[in-house]
Every structure is written in structure tokens, then in C-alpha cells.
Write a protein that binds this ligand. Structure first.
Ligand code: COA
Length: 321
């Protein structure tokens, strides 16, 4: 059975954190931030807003914009690394808010790759005929877990949510996905909780995001072109057939390096990092939704999405829009 994304939306919090904000709180400059990352602004959740609120608002926007019904959703997948509590899941709270009568509900932890993992899993559930209408949500409130005394990480992150419906379709919309992981790199990018080691290596257990920026940068720039090739090969396509490349938007310079390696034009990239920073698994739905709003995405276009991040993990999928 074929599948398709039948509706897509986002929720972006109102509060803007521009580069001047960071010049005032840490030793940095607009010039350093823009030249190293391409980021101009990011958004921050309100003090009384929760990650669940972000998820709910993205789904409300999805129903408003597409007119899609959600009472008959039969599975909810929420990608997040910033739950306000580990239990109950955000997916269960979304079920409760919208009073969806009969649905499975789980949160998944695949960091910045989470939205693509969610789409891949939803595709498999619908293609197998197990479920009919899967709601995939990314909801990330990274600013609640950012160390604002660490200039190397605090300038990067922002908050946002995305939501998509995946359903059966007569023709092939979502093609065969790939995913993989490198667990030995876990210590290079983590959001600590109660343990003070990862794979035997000491880490800071302070409930904040930590990363070895250089190591993650190098890993991503080497990994993505190789995995894009693998994804294209299993779908019998070439990079020249891809109308829009939608990589995880962590750093514009990283995307430029990846495109240079693949000999792919930056003009055909959809990104969200310049205006919203790194919003973890929400960067890809943000970039897609902007592409729709700007009239860039046309029916029948081939899109290649690839998410990558903490794990270190990745997931890629090609979609015929
Ligand atoms: N402002 C000014 N200077 C800063 C700074 C900031 N915000 N952050 C770091 N620096 C300084 C460092 O202290 C260091 O100074 P030193 O040479 O005097 O020691 C210098 O800049 C270089 O630091 P480094 O960490 O090597 O910078 P970088 O060029 O690697 O850029 C990142 C840092 C975070 C922008 C970059 O590594 C990156 O984007 N990595 C990938 C991160 C990522 O995408 N993570 C998520 C993946 S899902």
C-alpha cells in the first residue's frame, strides 16, 4: 500500500531571541554567530508554556490550515527530547486534549532525526495496513534545557513544533526510508538526566544540552553525503532528480559543506536554521512548511529529507509531494 503526507503544519512561539540578546549575556558577537552558523534569530517558549502546548498548537494549526479531521487518527507519534515529564507521554496528552477516541500513542527519542524517524515509522504502519491515519508531531522546547552560561551551545537552540498526517494514497508519496545509528558517539551530543556516564565516559549530569561541536560537525558532514547516496540507490534515483533537499537545519555552514560535497545547489535546499535556529526534530517540518507557504513545493516534486543528531543517529526518506 502507498502512503502520503496529507497535511502539514507548525507552531512557532512568539518570543524572538536575536543575536543581540546573546551579545548581552555571553562573550559573543552577531558576526561570530552568523559567520559560524548562519543563525540570525530563534524563538523561545513562554515561561508558562509546555512542550505539550507546542504539540497541541501545531495540531490545531494543522486542522485549521488543511481542514483535516483528526478524531479518526489511530496512532500518534511524538518526537521530542524535551518532555516536561517522562510519563505520561506527550502523545497521550495530545490524545486527551483532542479527545481522540481510539488511538495508539507513543513518544520517540531520536533527537534531531526524530521527525524523519516518525515519518518512516508512520509510513510503515500505514503501508502494512496496521493503522490508517497516523499523526506525527515534533515538539521541542530546547531553551528549557539550554545552558545560557555556555556560549558554544546557547546561541544554537530554539523552540518550535511541527505536525503531519500520514495516510494511504493511490500513488507512491513516501518512498523507502533508511535509518542508522552510531551509539559510540553518544557522548558527543547529549541532554543529561540522572546518570553521570555514557558508555563508561564521564558526563555532566545537570539536565542541560552538551556537545562537542567540532566532532558533531565532522561526523555530520561525512555521514550525510554517504547516506544520501544510499537512500537514492535503494530508491533507484540520482541526486539530479531531487527537486528539494531538506536536511536537518542545525547550522547553515554545515548544510553548505554537505551540498558542496554532493555537488548540489544551495538554491534547492529548504532550511529553517537562519530564522529559527536549531529546533532539533522540528527543523525539517519548519523548513517544509515554509517551502509550502512560499509556493516553492509543487505537486510531484521529489524531496529528500535527512535528519541526524544525538545518538548519534540519522534517518532519511524521499517523498513525492
Ligand atoms: N562566540 C564567540 N566565540 C565562540 C563562541 C561564541 N558563541 N562559541 C565558541 N567560541 C570560540 C571558542 O571558545 C573557541 O575559542 P578559542 O579558539 O579561543 O578556544 C573558538 O570559538 C572555536 O571554537 P569551536 O567550538 O572550535 O568553534 P567551531 O568553529 O567548531 O564552531 C559550532 C562551533 C558549535 C558553531 C560548530 O562546531 C557546529 O556548528 N557544530 C555542529 C553543531 C551541531 O550542529 N549540533 C547539532 C547537530 S544535530
Amino acid at each position: 500500500m502507498h502512503t502520503k503526507i496529507t497535511a502539514l503544519s507548525t507552531y512557532i512561539p512568539e518570543k524572538v531571541l536575536d543575536n543581540a540578546y546573546f551579545e548581552a549575556i555571553v562573550d559573543t558577537s552577531d558576526e561570530w554567530i552568523t559567520s559560524r552558523t548562519g543563525i540570525h534569530e530563534r524563538r523561545s517558549i513562554a515561561p508558562d508554556e509546555t512542550t505539550t502546548d507546542l504539540a497541541v498548537r501545531a495540531v490545531e494549526n494543522l486542522t485549521k490550515e488543511s481542514g483535516a479531521a483528526i478524531h479518526d487518527v489511530d496512532f500518534i507519534i511524538v518526537s521530542t527530547i524535551t518532555q516536561e515529564q517522562n510519563m505520561p507521554s506527550i502523545a497521550s496528552q495530545v490524545q486527551n486534549y483532542f479527545q481522540i477516541p481510539a488511538t495508539g500513542a507513543i513518544d520517540i527519542t531520536a533527537a534531531c532525526a526524530g521527525f524523519v524517524y516518525g515519518i518512516s515509522m508512520a509510513h510503515s504502519l500505514v503501508a502494512a495496513g496496521t493503522y490508517k491515519k497516523v499523526l506525527v508531531i515534533s515538539a521541542e522546547a530546547l531553551t528549557k534545557f539550554t545552558d545560557y552560561s555556555d556560549r558554544t551551545t546557547c546561541i544554537l537552540f530554539g523552540d518550535a513544533a511541527g505536525a503531519a498526517l500520514i495516510e494511504h494514497n493511490e500513488t507512491e508519496g513516501i518512498l523507502k526510508p533508511i535509518s542508522g545509528t552510531f551509539g559510540d558517539g553518544g557522548k558527543e551530543l547529549y541532554l543529561s538526566h540522572i546518570a553521570d556516564t555514557i558508555n563508561g565516559t564521564s558526563i555532566e549530569a545537570n539536565n542541560r544540552i552538551h556537545q562537542n561541536g567540532r566532532a558533531v560537525y565532522k561526523w555530520a558532514v561525512q555521514l550525510v553525503p554517504r547516506q544520501v547516496k544510499r537512500l537514492l540507490d535503494i530508491n533507484h534515483l540520482t541526486i539530479n532528480e531531487i527537486d528539494w533537499f531538506v536536511p536537518h537545519s542545525a547550522n547553515l555552514r554545515m548544510i553548505e559543506a554537505i551540498c558542496a560535497e554532493m555537488n548540489y545547489s544551495m538554491d534547492k535546499v529548504l532550511e529553517s536554521v537562519t530564522r529559527y535556529g536549531n529546533t532539533s526534530s522540528s527543523t525539517i517540518p519548519l523548513a517544509l512548511h515554509e517551502g509550502v507557504k512560499q509556493g516553492k513545493l509543487k505537486q510531484g516534486d521529489l524531496l529528500l529529507l535527512i535528519g541526524f543528531g544525538g545518538g548519534l543517529t540519522y534517518s532519511g526518506v524521499i517523498i513525492r509531494w
